[in-house]
Design a protein around this ligand. Structure first.
Ligand SMILES: [Zn+2]
Length: 106
């Protein structure tokens, strides 16, 4: 069963609860596995993947979707970071912006 525990990040005075907040505040996620593997994923790529797969917005849901690329286990920790991404899971921000403007979303 999925654990829908509220998953709330605090970055200064900014509350980050959804993938869109990651994009808005330019934050990335650092995902840490028990095996020692650490990956930093761009917030923009996470939000793009969420919209593409029609996942709910809250980060608490996404947390259960992450899998370690080395051992396949779920992460033991997910933190906010401003560091550059170390892995790529989707298109670049420029690609995403081009797709969004084509859709003409408000
Ligand atoms: Zn691992």
């Amino acid at each position: 069963m999925l654990d829908f525990v509220r998953f709330l990040f605090q970055m200064g005075t900014k509350r980050i609860e959804t993938t869109w907040d990651l994009v808005r505040f330019g934050a990335n996620l650092r995902v840490r596995c028990r095996c020692g593997h650490v990956a930093t994923i761009a917030g923009t790529e996470i939000d793009f993947m969420r919209s593409k797969r029609r996942w709910p917005h809250p980060l608490g849901y996404l947390r259960n979707k992450f899998r370690c690329s080395k051992c396949g286990r779920r992460p033991i920790a997910v933190d906010l970071t401003a560091n550059d991404p170390t892995v790529k899971i989707g298109p670049s921000l420029a690609d995403i912006m081009a797709a969004n403007s084509a859709k003409d979303e408000s």
